[in-house]
Design a protein around this ligand. Structure first.
Ligand SMILES: *[C@@H]1O[C@H](CO)[C@@H](O)[C@H](O)[C@H]1NC(C)=O
Ligand SMILES: *[C@@H]1O[C@H](CO)[C@@H](O)[C@H](O)[C@H]1NC(C)=O
Ligand SMILES: *[C@@H]1O[C@H](CO)[C@@H](O)[C@H](O)[C@H]1NC(C)=O
Ligand SMILES: *[C@@H]1O[C@H](CO)[C@@H](O)[C@H](O)[C@H]1NC(C)=O
Ligand SMILES: *[C@@H]1O[C@H](CO)[C@@H](O)[C@H](O)[C@H]1NC(C)=O
Length: 466
Protein backbone atom coordinates (compact mmCIF):
# COMPACT_ATOMS: atom_id res chain seq x y z
CA UNK A 1 0.00 0.00 0.00
CA UNK A 2 1.19 3.51 -0.56
CA UNK A 3 1.86 6.46 1.75
CA UNK A 4 -0.51 5.27 4.41
CA UNK A 5 1.37 4.43 7.52
CA UNK A 6 0.43 0.83 7.93
CA UNK A 7 2.14 0.37 11.20
CA UNK A 8 0.00 3.12 12.68
CA UNK A 9 -3.18 1.72 11.32
CA UNK A 10 -2.40 -1.75 12.56
CA UNK A 11 -1.40 -0.41 15.96
CA UNK A 12 -4.56 1.59 16.26
CA UNK A 13 -6.68 -1.32 15.16
CA UNK A 14 -5.00 -3.52 17.72
CA UNK A 15 -5.24 -1.04 20.52
CA UNK A 16 -8.92 -0.53 19.90
CA UNK A 17 -9.56 -4.18 19.48
CA UNK A 18 -11.73 -4.47 22.52
CA UNK A 19 -13.99 -1.57 21.61
CA UNK A 20 -13.71 -2.32 17.97
CA UNK A 21 -16.95 -3.93 16.90
CA UNK A 22 -20.52 -2.84 15.47
CA UNK A 23 -20.32 -1.92 11.87
CA UNK A 24 -21.14 -4.12 9.03
CA UNK A 25 -24.48 -4.59 10.53
CA UNK A 26 -24.92 -0.91 10.36
CA UNK A 27 -23.68 -0.62 6.88
CA UNK A 28 -25.12 -3.82 5.55
CA UNK A 29 -28.64 -3.62 6.89
CA UNK A 30 -28.92 0.07 6.24
CA UNK A 31 -27.55 0.06 2.84
CA UNK A 32 -29.00 -3.19 1.85
CA UNK A 33 -32.33 -1.95 2.97
CA UNK A 34 -31.83 1.17 0.90
CA UNK A 35 -30.93 -0.80 -2.16
CA UNK A 36 -33.22 -3.70 -1.57
CA UNK A 37 -35.94 -4.58 -3.97
CA UNK A 38 -39.34 -3.32 -2.87
CA UNK A 39 -40.86 -6.59 -1.67
CA UNK A 40 -37.90 -7.73 0.38
CA UNK A 41 -38.11 -7.00 4.07
CA UNK A 42 -36.46 -3.67 4.69
CA UNK A 43 -34.71 -2.84 7.87
CA UNK A 44 -35.17 0.42 9.73
CA UNK A 45 -32.65 3.03 8.66
CA UNK A 46 -31.43 4.10 12.07
CA UNK A 47 -29.14 1.52 13.58
CA UNK A 48 -30.31 -0.12 16.75
CA UNK A 49 -29.44 -3.34 18.46
CA UNK A 50 -32.39 -5.14 16.98
CA UNK A 51 -31.25 -4.16 13.53
CA UNK A 52 -27.87 -5.62 14.20
CA UNK A 53 -29.28 -8.82 15.57
CA UNK A 54 -31.65 -9.06 12.67
CA UNK A 55 -28.81 -8.64 10.24
CA UNK A 56 -26.69 -11.16 12.10
CA UNK A 57 -29.45 -13.70 11.68
CA UNK A 58 -29.76 -12.89 8.03
CA UNK A 59 -26.08 -13.29 7.51
CA UNK A 60 -26.07 -16.63 9.23
CA UNK A 61 -29.09 -18.00 7.50
CA UNK A 62 -28.38 -16.74 4.03
CA UNK A 63 -26.36 -19.66 2.83
CA UNK A 64 -26.26 -23.07 4.33
CA UNK A 65 -25.13 -26.11 2.47
CA UNK A 66 -24.92 -29.19 4.55
CA UNK A 67 -25.46 -32.10 2.22
CA UNK A 68 -22.21 -33.16 0.64
CA UNK A 69 -21.30 -36.67 -0.45
CA UNK A 70 -18.60 -38.54 1.49
CA UNK A 71 -16.19 -38.69 -1.40
CA UNK A 72 -16.38 -34.93 -1.68
CA UNK A 73 -15.72 -34.54 1.99
CA UNK A 74 -12.67 -36.73 1.65
CA UNK A 75 -11.34 -34.45 -1.01
CA UNK A 76 -11.59 -31.43 1.25
CA UNK A 77 -8.15 -30.53 2.37
CA UNK A 78 -8.75 -29.27 5.83
CA UNK A 79 -12.15 -28.10 6.80
CA UNK A 80 -10.93 -26.55 10.03
CA UNK A 81 -9.48 -23.89 7.74
CA UNK A 82 -12.98 -22.99 6.66
CA UNK A 83 -13.95 -22.59 10.30
CA UNK A 84 -10.94 -20.35 10.69
CA UNK A 85 -11.95 -18.25 7.69
CA UNK A 86 -15.54 -17.96 8.87
CA UNK A 87 -14.34 -17.23 12.38
CA UNK A 88 -12.12 -14.47 10.98
CA UNK A 89 -15.02 -12.96 9.09
CA UNK A 90 -17.21 -13.10 12.18
CA UNK A 91 -14.45 -11.28 14.01
CA UNK A 92 -14.27 -8.66 11.26
CA UNK A 93 -18.03 -8.12 11.47
CA UNK A 94 -17.78 -7.78 15.22
CA UNK A 95 -14.78 -5.46 15.03
CA UNK A 96 -16.50 -3.17 12.59
CA UNK A 97 -19.73 -3.09 14.56
CA UNK A 98 -18.18 -2.53 17.95
CA UNK A 99 -15.78 0.07 16.71
CA UNK A 100 -18.45 2.08 14.99
CA UNK A 101 -20.57 1.92 18.14
CA UNK A 102 -17.66 3.30 20.11
CA UNK A 103 -17.43 6.16 17.61
CA UNK A 104 -13.67 6.30 17.55
CA UNK A 105 -11.96 8.43 14.96
CA UNK A 106 -9.41 6.53 12.97
CA UNK A 107 -6.27 8.20 11.77
CA UNK A 108 -6.07 7.89 8.02
CA UNK A 109 -4.94 9.98 5.07
CA UNK A 110 -8.53 9.95 3.88
CA UNK A 111 -11.44 9.99 6.30
CA UNK A 112 -14.81 9.59 4.60
CA UNK A 113 -17.20 12.24 5.88
CA UNK A 114 -20.25 14.17 4.83
CA UNK A 115 -23.68 13.48 3.49
CA UNK A 116 -22.51 11.69 0.33
CA UNK A 117 -21.98 8.59 2.48
CA UNK A 118 -24.89 6.79 4.07
CA UNK A 119 -22.72 6.04 7.11
CA UNK A 120 -19.24 7.54 6.75
CA UNK A 121 -17.82 5.99 9.96
CA UNK A 122 -19.09 2.57 9.13
CA UNK A 123 -17.73 2.74 5.63
CA UNK A 124 -14.41 3.86 7.00
CA UNK A 125 -14.14 1.01 9.48
CA UNK A 126 -15.25 -1.58 7.02
CA UNK A 127 -12.71 -0.27 4.54
CA UNK A 128 -9.88 -0.42 7.06
CA UNK A 129 -10.78 -3.90 8.21
CA UNK A 130 -10.90 -4.95 4.55
CA UNK A 131 -7.41 -3.58 4.00
CA UNK A 132 -6.19 -5.50 6.97
CA UNK A 133 -7.95 -8.80 6.46
CA UNK A 134 -9.19 -9.49 2.95
CA UNK A 135 -7.51 -12.28 1.02
CA UNK A 136 -8.50 -13.27 -2.49
CA UNK A 137 -7.37 -16.35 -4.36
CA UNK A 138 -7.15 -15.93 -8.13
CA UNK A 139 -7.41 -19.26 -9.97
CA UNK A 140 -4.35 -19.73 -12.11
CA UNK A 141 -5.94 -22.06 -14.64
CA UNK A 142 -6.68 -20.76 -18.11
CA UNK A 143 -4.48 -18.98 -20.62
CA UNK A 144 -4.57 -15.47 -22.00
CA UNK A 145 -6.10 -13.91 -23.99
CA UNK A 146 -9.45 -15.32 -22.77
CA UNK A 147 -8.31 -15.74 -19.17
CA UNK A 148 -6.11 -13.47 -17.06
CA UNK A 149 -6.24 -10.75 -19.68
CA UNK A 150 -8.56 -8.30 -21.40
CA UNK A 151 -8.27 -4.98 -23.20
CA UNK A 152 -7.99 -2.00 -20.84
CA UNK A 153 -9.21 0.51 -23.40
CA UNK A 154 -12.62 1.24 -24.84
CA UNK A 155 -15.80 1.62 -22.85
CA UNK A 156 -15.49 -1.93 -21.51
CA UNK A 157 -11.95 -1.37 -20.26
CA UNK A 158 -12.89 -2.02 -16.63
CA UNK A 159 -12.61 -5.75 -17.28
CA UNK A 160 -8.98 -5.52 -18.32
CA UNK A 161 -8.16 -2.92 -15.70
CA UNK A 162 -9.64 -5.01 -12.90
CA UNK A 163 -8.12 -8.31 -14.03
CA UNK A 164 -4.68 -6.74 -14.33
CA UNK A 165 -5.00 -4.96 -10.99
CA UNK A 166 -6.12 -8.17 -9.35
CA UNK A 167 -3.11 -10.12 -10.62
CA UNK A 168 -0.74 -7.77 -8.83
CA UNK A 169 -2.98 -6.85 -5.94
CA UNK A 170 -1.83 -6.99 -2.36
CA UNK A 171 -5.18 -8.64 -1.57
CA UNK A 172 -4.18 -11.63 -3.65
CA UNK A 173 -3.06 -14.73 -1.81
CA UNK A 174 -1.33 -17.74 -3.34
CA UNK A 175 -2.74 -19.98 -0.63
CA UNK A 176 -6.39 -20.84 -1.31
CA UNK A 177 -6.72 -22.23 2.22
CA UNK A 178 -6.58 -18.72 3.64
CA UNK A 179 -8.80 -17.04 1.03
CA UNK A 180 -12.12 -15.38 1.83
CA UNK A 181 -12.93 -15.02 -1.83
CA UNK A 182 -12.06 -16.77 -5.09
CA UNK A 183 -11.82 -14.83 -8.35
CA UNK A 184 -12.74 -16.44 -11.68
CA UNK A 185 -10.38 -14.54 -14.00
CA UNK A 186 -12.18 -14.83 -17.33
CA UNK A 187 -13.03 -11.82 -19.42
CA UNK A 188 -16.38 -11.63 -21.18
CA UNK A 189 -14.93 -9.05 -23.59
CA UNK A 190 -12.23 -11.56 -24.55
CA UNK A 191 -14.67 -14.46 -24.76
CA UNK A 192 -16.86 -12.43 -27.10
CA UNK A 193 -13.82 -11.41 -29.11
CA UNK A 194 -12.13 -14.81 -29.42
CA UNK A 195 -14.88 -17.36 -29.04
CA UNK A 196 -17.99 -15.82 -30.56
CA UNK A 197 -18.54 -16.51 -34.23
CA UNK A 198 -20.51 -13.59 -35.57
CA UNK A 199 -21.95 -15.52 -38.50
CA UNK A 200 -23.48 -18.25 -36.35
CA UNK A 201 -24.87 -15.91 -33.70
CA UNK A 202 -24.66 -18.77 -31.21
CA UNK A 203 -24.25 -18.29 -27.49
CA UNK A 204 -23.25 -21.91 -26.86
CA UNK A 205 -19.50 -21.65 -27.47
CA UNK A 206 -19.19 -18.65 -25.18
CA UNK A 207 -21.30 -20.23 -22.48
CA UNK A 208 -19.37 -23.50 -22.75
CA UNK A 209 -16.10 -21.66 -22.23
CA UNK A 210 -17.33 -20.52 -18.83
CA UNK A 211 -18.99 -23.87 -18.01
CA UNK A 212 -15.76 -25.74 -18.83
CA UNK A 213 -13.75 -23.35 -16.71
CA UNK A 214 -15.91 -23.77 -13.66
CA UNK A 215 -15.88 -27.55 -14.16
CA UNK A 216 -12.11 -27.53 -14.22
CA UNK A 217 -11.75 -25.58 -11.01
CA UNK A 218 -14.57 -27.51 -9.31
CA UNK A 219 -12.85 -30.79 -10.19
CA UNK A 220 -9.39 -29.71 -9.20
CA UNK A 221 -10.11 -27.79 -5.99
CA UNK A 222 -12.58 -28.37 -3.17
CA UNK A 223 -13.67 -24.72 -2.92
CA UNK A 224 -16.37 -24.45 -5.55
CA UNK A 225 -18.28 -27.47 -4.27
CA UNK A 226 -17.75 -26.43 -0.67
CA UNK A 227 -19.75 -23.23 -1.07
CA UNK A 228 -21.58 -23.97 -4.33
CA UNK A 229 -19.87 -20.89 -5.65
CA UNK A 230 -21.01 -18.51 -2.91
CA UNK A 231 -17.51 -17.29 -2.05
CA UNK A 232 -16.53 -16.96 -5.71
CA UNK A 233 -16.85 -13.88 -7.87
CA UNK A 234 -16.65 -12.88 -11.51
CA UNK A 235 -16.49 -9.46 -13.12
CA UNK A 236 -17.90 -8.36 -16.44
CA UNK A 237 -18.40 -5.04 -18.12
CA UNK A 238 -19.62 -6.49 -21.40
CA UNK A 239 -23.40 -6.38 -21.85
CA UNK A 240 -23.45 -10.14 -22.32
CA UNK A 241 -21.88 -10.89 -18.93
CA UNK A 242 -25.20 -11.60 -17.19
CA UNK A 243 -26.46 -13.87 -19.96
CA UNK A 244 -23.21 -15.82 -20.19
CA UNK A 245 -23.11 -16.24 -16.40
CA UNK A 246 -26.55 -17.82 -16.55
CA UNK A 247 -24.98 -20.87 -18.22
CA UNK A 248 -23.99 -22.08 -14.75
CA UNK A 249 -26.96 -21.99 -12.39
CA UNK A 250 -24.80 -21.94 -9.26
CA UNK A 251 -22.69 -19.08 -10.60
CA UNK A 252 -25.83 -17.17 -11.54
CA UNK A 253 -27.64 -17.86 -8.27
CA UNK A 254 -24.90 -18.02 -5.65
CA UNK A 255 -21.74 -16.29 -6.78
CA UNK A 256 -21.07 -12.59 -6.56
CA UNK A 257 -21.23 -11.08 -10.02
CA UNK A 258 -19.63 -7.67 -10.42
CA UNK A 259 -21.35 -6.22 -13.48
CA UNK A 260 -21.51 -3.00 -15.47
CA UNK A 261 -24.78 -4.19 -16.94
CA UNK A 262 -26.56 -4.06 -13.59
CA UNK A 263 -30.13 -4.32 -14.81
CA UNK A 264 -32.38 -5.36 -11.93
CA UNK A 265 -34.92 -6.62 -14.43
CA UNK A 266 -32.43 -9.10 -15.78
CA UNK A 267 -31.52 -11.06 -12.68
CA UNK A 268 -29.15 -8.57 -11.10
CA UNK A 269 -29.57 -9.25 -7.38
CA UNK A 270 -29.01 -6.22 -5.19
CA UNK A 271 -28.00 -8.15 -2.11
CA UNK A 272 -25.51 -10.41 -3.81
CA UNK A 273 -24.30 -8.84 -7.05
CA UNK A 274 -22.15 -5.73 -7.32
CA UNK A 275 -22.72 -2.88 -9.75
CA UNK A 276 -19.51 -1.49 -11.21
CA UNK A 277 -19.15 1.69 -13.23
CA UNK A 278 -18.45 1.70 -16.93
CA UNK A 279 -15.44 3.94 -17.49
CA UNK A 280 -14.05 5.11 -20.80
CA UNK A 281 -10.44 6.24 -20.85
CA UNK A 282 -9.65 7.27 -24.43
CA UNK A 283 -5.93 7.31 -23.79
CA UNK A 284 -5.78 4.54 -21.23
CA UNK A 285 -5.40 6.86 -18.24
CA UNK A 286 -7.42 9.58 -16.55
CA UNK A 287 -4.90 12.20 -17.56
CA UNK A 288 -6.69 15.32 -18.80
CA UNK A 289 -10.10 14.00 -17.77
CA UNK A 290 -10.30 15.07 -14.14
CA UNK A 291 -11.55 18.50 -13.16
CA UNK A 292 -13.48 21.30 -14.76
CA UNK A 293 -14.53 24.91 -14.26
CA UNK A 294 -16.31 26.10 -11.13
CA UNK A 295 -20.13 26.18 -11.13
CA UNK A 296 -20.28 29.90 -11.97
CA UNK A 297 -18.41 29.35 -15.24
CA UNK A 298 -20.81 26.72 -16.50
CA UNK A 299 -23.12 28.33 -19.05
CA UNK A 300 -25.06 25.36 -20.42
CA UNK A 301 -27.93 24.22 -18.20
CA UNK A 302 -28.06 20.65 -19.46
CA UNK A 303 -26.11 18.77 -22.10
CA UNK A 304 -26.55 15.53 -23.98
CA UNK A 305 -25.17 14.27 -27.23
CA UNK A 306 -25.65 10.70 -28.40
CA UNK A 307 -27.31 8.38 -30.85
CA UNK A 308 -30.79 6.94 -30.58
CA UNK A 309 -29.71 3.75 -28.86
CA UNK A 310 -32.53 2.11 -27.02
CA UNK A 311 -35.97 3.25 -25.94
CA UNK A 312 -34.90 5.78 -23.31
CA UNK A 313 -32.90 7.91 -25.70
CA UNK A 314 -35.66 7.71 -28.23
CA UNK A 315 -38.04 9.39 -25.79
CA UNK A 316 -35.40 11.89 -24.77
CA UNK A 317 -34.53 12.93 -28.30
CA UNK A 318 -38.13 12.99 -29.43
CA UNK A 319 -38.83 15.62 -26.82
CA UNK A 320 -35.67 17.61 -26.75
CA UNK A 321 -33.55 17.22 -29.87
CA UNK A 322 -32.15 20.57 -31.01
CA UNK A 323 -34.27 22.58 -28.56
CA UNK A 324 -31.86 25.21 -27.40
CA UNK A 325 -33.95 27.38 -25.13
CA UNK A 326 -32.66 28.39 -21.69
CA UNK A 327 -29.37 26.59 -21.93
CA UNK A 328 -30.73 23.22 -22.94
CA UNK A 329 -28.32 21.52 -25.34
CA UNK A 330 -29.59 18.13 -26.40
CA UNK A 331 -28.54 16.76 -29.74
CA UNK A 332 -27.76 13.53 -31.52
CA UNK A 333 -24.31 14.09 -32.88
CA UNK A 334 -21.75 16.74 -32.14
CA UNK A 335 -21.53 19.43 -34.76
CA UNK A 336 -18.26 20.43 -36.34
CA UNK A 337 -15.94 22.13 -33.91
CA UNK A 338 -17.78 20.80 -30.86
CA UNK A 339 -15.76 18.72 -28.43
CA UNK A 340 -17.66 16.31 -26.21
CA UNK A 341 -15.58 16.84 -23.10
CA UNK A 342 -15.59 20.63 -23.52
CA UNK A 343 -19.38 20.56 -23.63
CA UNK A 344 -19.46 18.48 -20.44
CA UNK A 345 -17.13 20.95 -18.73
CA UNK A 346 -19.29 23.90 -19.76
CA UNK A 347 -22.47 22.31 -18.41
CA UNK A 348 -24.16 22.33 -15.03
CA UNK A 349 -26.06 19.11 -15.62
CA UNK A 350 -25.20 16.23 -17.93
CA UNK A 351 -27.73 13.67 -19.03
CA UNK A 352 -26.58 10.10 -18.55
CA UNK A 353 -29.22 8.10 -20.35
CA UNK A 354 -29.14 4.35 -20.78
CA UNK A 355 -28.35 3.22 -24.27
CA UNK A 356 -28.79 -0.34 -25.49
CA UNK A 357 -28.04 -1.37 -21.91
CA UNK A 358 -28.39 0.33 -18.56
CA UNK A 359 -24.74 1.27 -18.03
CA UNK A 360 -22.95 4.07 -19.83
CA UNK A 361 -19.61 5.80 -19.33
CA UNK A 362 -21.33 9.22 -19.28
CA UNK A 363 -22.03 9.02 -15.56
CA UNK A 364 -18.37 8.79 -14.64
CA UNK A 365 -17.40 11.34 -17.31
CA UNK A 366 -19.80 13.82 -15.73
CA UNK A 367 -18.37 13.15 -12.26
CA UNK A 368 -14.80 13.42 -13.54
CA UNK A 369 -15.52 16.84 -15.08
CA UNK A 370 -17.67 18.36 -12.36
CA UNK A 371 -20.99 18.16 -14.19
CA UNK A 372 -23.93 16.95 -12.09
CA UNK A 373 -25.15 13.63 -13.55
CA UNK A 374 -28.82 13.46 -14.51
CA UNK A 375 -29.61 9.77 -14.62
CA UNK A 376 -32.30 8.75 -17.04
CA UNK A 377 -32.36 5.02 -16.55
CA UNK A 378 -34.75 2.23 -15.71
CA UNK A 379 -33.98 -0.77 -13.48
CA UNK A 380 -30.44 0.41 -12.87
CA UNK A 381 -28.49 -0.52 -9.73
CA UNK A 382 -26.08 2.36 -9.17
CA UNK A 383 -22.45 1.54 -8.39
CA UNK A 384 -21.37 1.65 -4.73
CA UNK A 385 -24.95 2.28 -3.65
CA UNK A 386 -24.09 0.36 -0.50
CA UNK A 387 -21.82 3.22 0.59
CA UNK A 388 -22.77 6.29 -1.44
CA UNK A 389 -26.04 8.21 -1.31
CA UNK A 390 -26.48 9.08 -4.97
CA UNK A 391 -29.25 11.57 -4.21
CA UNK A 392 -26.58 13.86 -2.81
CA UNK A 393 -24.64 14.25 -6.06
CA UNK A 394 -26.94 13.27 -8.92
CA UNK A 395 -30.49 13.73 -10.16
CA UNK A 396 -32.80 10.91 -11.16
CA UNK A 397 -35.32 11.58 -13.89
CA UNK A 398 -37.89 8.90 -14.58
CA UNK A 399 -38.86 8.16 -18.14
CA UNK A 400 -42.27 9.74 -17.53
CA UNK A 401 -40.59 12.98 -16.46
CA UNK A 402 -38.54 13.53 -19.60
CA UNK A 403 -40.98 16.17 -20.91
CA UNK A 404 -40.49 18.08 -17.62
CA UNK A 405 -36.72 17.86 -17.72
CA UNK A 406 -36.09 21.56 -18.08
CA UNK A 407 -38.68 22.56 -15.49
CA UNK A 408 -37.23 20.09 -13.01
CA UNK A 409 -33.66 21.28 -13.47
CA UNK A 410 -34.59 24.95 -13.43
CA UNK A 411 -36.53 24.31 -10.25
CA UNK A 412 -33.36 23.29 -8.42
CA UNK A 413 -32.09 26.23 -6.41
CA UNK A 414 -28.60 27.56 -7.01
CA UNK A 415 -27.68 26.56 -3.46
CA UNK A 416 -28.79 23.01 -4.01
CA UNK A 417 -27.02 22.83 -7.36
CA UNK A 418 -23.75 24.02 -5.77
CA UNK A 419 -24.11 21.35 -3.11
CA UNK A 420 -24.73 18.63 -5.68
CA UNK A 421 -21.76 19.81 -7.70
CA UNK A 422 -19.40 19.92 -4.71
CA UNK A 423 -20.53 16.53 -3.55
CA UNK A 424 -19.84 15.17 -7.01
CA UNK A 425 -16.32 16.52 -6.82
CA UNK A 426 -15.97 14.88 -3.42
CA UNK A 427 -17.00 11.38 -4.58
CA UNK A 428 -14.91 11.59 -7.72
CA UNK A 429 -11.99 9.79 -6.09
CA UNK A 430 -14.12 6.65 -5.77
CA UNK A 431 -14.49 6.47 -9.53
CA UNK A 432 -10.93 7.27 -10.52
CA UNK A 433 -8.82 4.61 -12.21
CA UNK A 434 -5.23 4.65 -10.96
CA UNK A 435 -2.44 2.56 -12.38
CA UNK A 436 -1.45 1.03 -10.04
CA UNK A 437 -4.54 1.39 -7.85
CA UNK A 438 -4.65 3.82 -4.92
CA UNK A 439 -6.64 3.63 -1.73
CA UNK A 440 -10.37 4.43 -2.04
CA UNK A 441 -10.24 4.48 -5.83
CA UNK A 442 -12.52 2.56 -8.15
CA UNK A 443 -10.58 -0.71 -7.84
CA UNK A 444 -10.80 -0.58 -4.06
CA UNK A 445 -14.46 0.46 -4.11
CA UNK A 446 -15.28 -2.56 -6.27
CA UNK A 447 -13.40 -4.80 -3.86
CA UNK A 448 -15.14 -3.16 -0.92
CA UNK A 449 -18.56 -3.88 -2.38
CA UNK A 450 -17.52 -7.49 -2.92
CA UNK A 451 -16.14 -7.64 0.62
CA UNK A 452 -19.49 -6.45 2.01
CA UNK A 453 -21.29 -9.22 0.12
CA UNK A 454 -18.85 -11.77 1.47
CA UNK A 455 -19.24 -10.52 5.04
CA UNK A 456 -22.93 -10.98 4.61
CA UNK A 457 -22.54 -14.63 3.68
CA UNK A 458 -21.83 -17.54 5.95
CA UNK A 459 -20.46 -20.73 4.42
CA UNK A 460 -21.10 -23.81 6.46
CA UNK A 461 -18.66 -26.58 6.97
CA UNK A 462 -20.24 -29.62 5.36
CA UNK A 463 -19.02 -31.78 8.27
CA UNK A 464 -20.92 -29.74 10.73
CA UNK A 465 -24.52 -30.62 11.38
CA UNK A 466 -26.84 -27.63 11.34
C1 LIG B 1 -5.86 -28.32 9.74
O1 LIG B 1 -5.59 -26.97 10.01
C2 LIG B 1 -5.38 -26.72 11.40
C3 LIG B 1 -5.25 -25.21 11.58
O2 LIG B 1 -4.53 -24.64 10.53
C4 LIG B 1 -4.14 -27.47 11.86
O3 LIG B 1 -3.93 -27.25 13.24
C5 LIG B 1 -4.34 -28.97 11.61
O4 LIG B 1 -3.17 -29.66 11.92
C6 LIG B 1 -4.70 -29.21 10.14
N1 LIG B 1 -5.06 -30.61 9.97
C7 LIG B 1 -4.73 -31.31 8.88
C8 LIG B 1 -5.22 -32.72 8.83
O5 LIG B 1 -4.08 -30.83 7.97
C1 LIG C 1 -17.45 -31.23 -7.30
O1 LIG C 1 -18.70 -31.68 -7.76
C2 LIG C 1 -18.68 -32.14 -9.10
C3 LIG C 1 -20.11 -32.45 -9.51
O2 LIG C 1 -20.76 -33.15 -8.50
C4 LIG C 1 -17.77 -33.36 -9.18
O3 LIG C 1 -17.71 -33.82 -10.52
C5 LIG C 1 -16.37 -32.96 -8.72
O4 LIG C 1 -15.53 -34.08 -8.71
C6 LIG C 1 -16.44 -32.35 -7.34
N1 LIG C 1 -15.12 -31.81 -7.02
C7 LIG C 1 -14.39 -32.25 -6.03
C8 LIG C 1 -13.08 -31.59 -5.83
O5 LIG C 1 -14.76 -33.15 -5.29
C1 LIG D 1 -30.89 -12.36 -3.96
O1 LIG D 1 -29.87 -13.05 -3.31
C2 LIG D 1 -30.16 -13.35 -1.95
C3 LIG D 1 -28.89 -13.93 -1.35
O2 LIG D 1 -28.37 -14.94 -2.14
C4 LIG D 1 -31.35 -14.29 -1.91
O3 LIG D 1 -31.66 -14.59 -0.57
C5 LIG D 1 -32.54 -13.62 -2.60
O4 LIG D 1 -33.63 -14.53 -2.67
C6 LIG D 1 -32.17 -13.19 -4.00
N1 LIG D 1 -33.24 -12.40 -4.54
C7 LIG D 1 -33.79 -12.66 -5.71
C8 LIG D 1 -34.88 -11.75 -6.15
O5 LIG D 1 -33.42 -13.59 -6.40
C1 LIG E 1 -31.08 18.65 -35.39
O1 LIG E 1 -29.95 19.31 -35.93
C2 LIG E 1 -29.16 18.49 -36.80
C3 LIG E 1 -27.94 19.30 -37.22
O2 LIG E 1 -28.28 20.59 -37.58
C4 LIG E 1 -30.00 18.03 -37.98
O3 LIG E 1 -29.21 17.19 -38.82
C5 LIG E 1 -31.19 17.26 -37.46
O4 LIG E 1 -32.04 16.87 -38.52
C6 LIG E 1 -31.98 18.11 -36.47
N1 LIG E 1 -33.03 17.27 -35.89
C7 LIG E 1 -34.25 17.74 -35.65
C8 LIG E 1 -35.26 16.76 -35.08
O5 LIG E 1 -34.55 18.90 -35.83
C1 LIG F 1 -33.37 -3.94 -18.56
O1 LIG F 1 -34.00 -5.17 -18.61
C2 LIG F 1 -35.34 -5.15 -19.11
C3 LIG F 1 -35.88 -6.55 -19.01
O2 LIG F 1 -35.16 -7.43 -19.82
C4 LIG F 1 -35.35 -4.65 -20.55
O3 LIG F 1 -36.68 -4.55 -21.02
C5 LIG F 1 -34.69 -3.28 -20.59
O4 LIG F 1 -34.59 -2.87 -21.92
C6 LIG F 1 -33.31 -3.32 -19.95
N1 LIG F 1 -32.81 -1.97 -19.88
C7 LIG F 1 -31.99 -1.46 -20.78
C8 LIG F 1 -31.64 -0.05 -20.64
O5 LIG F 1 -31.52 -2.13 -21.65
Amino acid sequence: MNVLNWKNIVLIILSFISIFCLFIFFIIPNNFSKISIPHSSSLPSSPSLSVIEEAEKRAVSRISYTVVADHEINKMKNSSNLEKIEGGLAKSRALIKKHAAAGNEMIDDYVPSGSVYWKPDLFHRSYLVMEKELKIYVYEEGNPPVFHDAPCDGILGMEGIFINDMEISRFRTRDPEEAHLFFLPFSIVSIVHYVYVRETRLWSDMKNTVVDYVNVIAEKYPYWNRSHGADHFMLACHDWGPEISSAIPTLYKNSIRALCNANTSEGFNLTRDVSIPEIYLPHGTTEGLLGGPSPSKRTTLVFFSGGVHGYIRQVLLEHWENKTEDGVKIQKYLSKGQNYYDEVRKSKYCICASGWEVASPRMVEALYMGCVPVLVKDHYAKPFNDVLDWRKFSIDIGLENIPNLKTILMGISQRKYIRLQRNGVQVRKHFVVNLPPKRYDVFHMILHSIWLRRLNTRIHDPHEQP
